[in-house]
Design a protein around this ligand. Structure first.
Ligand SMILES: Nc1ncnc2c1ncn2[C@@H]1O[C@H](COP(=O)(O)OP(=O)(O)O)[C@@H](O)[C@H]1O
Ligand SMILES: [Mg+2]
Length: 332
């Protein structure tokens, strides 16, 4: 994606100064402008909200003209057309694939939440490998971007899982791009740059492990709760827009609190509460049951709610030995 018509200064009223400011906050194209939205633009380059809204609207109009974004009112047939382009990534286990009706979807944000050690990070690592497979093997023939906020990304683990799955581990590693976020502002900055990273790498999967940890750590206290929710809300909407407009799969993890926390609500509920829950397209709750892990699809508009059993082993995630689904090939 490129060309002169995609440059921000092709929009009326954007001169070299504004262009530079936009570039500084990772907005390089009019598509970036539309995806990031007015709040980000206002904060990023010091425009007042009205000007930022006007600028983003201009970007939207231009994208519609270029056929790169849908008009506000669209025929249902067009939506169907876009939804036909939804791709799926196998999780590497038939039980989880069955739960997800074929795997993780593009154009969607999938949230895995659960207690410490429930397998969230292992699922993320495995997906980075599976997405690289050709479509006939359950992948999207694309790379992965791993936004690591808890310093739990391990290239060695990728290497081991890839080898256990008889894949070229060096080749697999070369198609994974890692960004470590040191705080929530940095996490937002990285997410803002995602457009150009997607262009450069052709990745089809974005992992955010974990999406909420920094927000939780930084915003302690009722006084800042509203601000935290607002920032998280903005971050989540950026994820949704990125997934839809770029036709990529986005997977995020979310921890469940083990101890009651007055600032973050019910200990059995994922951190970030309603903001993350309402914005994620699919939500899967993970829990430990001895050596097994149990996944349950929550609140999906069309997945029948049921549970899947899986284990964590040298292949990352795998079907458990006692799993009746093991070996059963499901159609994708
Ligand atoms: N190489 C491995 N072989 C088998 N199991 C592993 C391996 N590495 C990690 N695990 C399992 O993964 C668990 C950690 O899961 P993880 O995905 O990191 O949890 P979280 O949900 O906190 O992200 C460990 O407790 C262990 O059971
Ligand atoms: Mg983890």
């Amino acid at each position: 994606m490129g060309g002169k018509e995609m440059e921000v200064d092709s929009l009326e009223g954007v001169g070299p100064t504004t262009k530079q400011k936009l570039t500084d906050v990772g907005i390089n194209t009019i598509l970036d402008l539309a995806i990031r939205g007015p709040s980000d633009v206002a904060d990023g380059i010091g425009f007042d909200m009205a000007r930022a809204i006007e600028l983003c609207n201009k970007a939207r109009v231009k994208l519609v003209e270029l056929g790169m974004m849908e008009r506000d009112f669209v025929p249902a047939t067009e939506i169907l057309e876009r939804r036909r382009k939804i791709g799926r990534v196998t999780t590497g286990t038939s039980s989880l694939d069955d739960l997800l009706m074929g795997g993780i979807e593009t154009q969607a944000v999938t949230e895995f939440y659960g207690e410490f050690g429930s397998g969230k990070t292992q699922i993320c690592h495995t997906l980075c490998i599976m997405v690289q497979a050709p479509p006939e093997d359950g992948g999207l023939d694309g790379g992965a971007i791993y936004l690591d906020t808890e310093n739990t990304f391990r290239p060695e683990r990728i290497y081991d899982i890839a080898r256990a799955r008889n894949k070229d581990a060096d080749e697999i590693l070369s198609r994974i791009t890692v960004a470590k976020a040191y705080n929530s502002a940095h996490q937002e900055l990285i997410m803002g740059e995602m457009g150009s990273i997607l262009d450069k790498t052709g990745a089809r999967l974005i992992i955010i492990d974990s999406a909420v940890a920094h927000y939780r750590a930084e915003y302690l206290g009722r006084g800042t709760l509203a601000e935290r929710q607002q920032k998280l809300n903005r971050f989540m909407h950026l994820l949704t827009r990125t997934a839809e407009t770029r036709n990529v799969a986005i997977v995020l993890t979310n921890q469940v609190l083990s101890t009651p926390d007055v600032f973050f609500g019910d200990p059995s509920k994922p951190v970030g509460g309603h903001v993350v829950a309402h914005t994620s397209t699919y939500r899967i709750y993970l829990r430990k049951a001895g050596k097994n892990r149990i996944a349950r699809m929550v609140d999906s508009p069309y997945h029948p709610e049921h549970e899947a059993v899986f284990i964590l082993n040298e292949k990352g995630v795998d079907d458990g030995p006692s799993d009746p689904m093991k070996g059963k090939q499901i159609s994708r």
